[in-house]
Ligand binder design. Structure first.
Ligand code: CA2
Length: 160
């Protein structure tokens, strides 16, 4: 677990699902060359720029991810979530996110719609604010920006 606290009051939970701890070691053509530790460093730097506090958790266990989501209630104001393969299978993670009703942005390193058909369905997307998929580690950084903009009530379109 990594926590970066820069003294601001906006708190975001970053959740990484199963097998993401293997990043950088296998399948770099799909998931990129960065390790999860390197992605977490980039996220921590982005959080500092955005002046938000992030708590980062990775688990290979569905129940632990559900518990982490429950524990976010009252602690974090939003969730940046890459549920990994559980995206395509887990009603329990979707129910947990719907239950705590915290604004959630779903992210994926790979473009799940250019891959096998079983990855095209997400149980989480319908209850998420939105989804960013296919930009490698940048999906997380773009997702964090989008979530923070939403939480701060910036409507990018209304700025035009
Ligand atoms: O593209 C994504 O971020 C995914 O959430 C990654 C998941 C995959 O099941 C989803 O369909 C899309 C896989 C997590 C990483 O798995 C690895 C397996 C072997 C080596 C490196 C990573």
């Amino acid at each position: 677990m990594v926590t970066s606290n820069n003294g601001t009051s906006l708190n975001v939970l970053v959740l990484h699902g199963p097998n993401l701890n293997l990043l950088g070691k296998r399948e770099p053509e799909i998931y990129g060359v960065l390790t999860l530790v390197e992605i977490d460093r980039l996220l921590t730097k982005k959080a500092e720029e955005l002046k938000v506090c992030i708590k980062i958790q990775q688990s290979n266990h569905e129940g632990e991810l559900v518990t982490a989501i429950h524990e976010a209630l009252g602690q974090q104001q939003g969730i940046l979530n890459n549920a990994g393969a559980y995206t395509h299978t887990s009603v329990a993670i979707r129910d947990a996110l719907a239950g705590v009703a915290l604004p959630t942005v779903e992210v994926h390193l790979s473009n799940i719609y250019r891959r096998e058909e079983f990855r095209h369905h997400s149980w989480i997307a319908p209850i998420a604010l939105g989804q960013i998929s296919g930009f490698g580690a940048n999906s997380y950084l773009l997702g964090l920006e989008a979530l923070v903009s939403h939480l701060r009530n910036y409507d990018l379109l209304s700025l035009q």
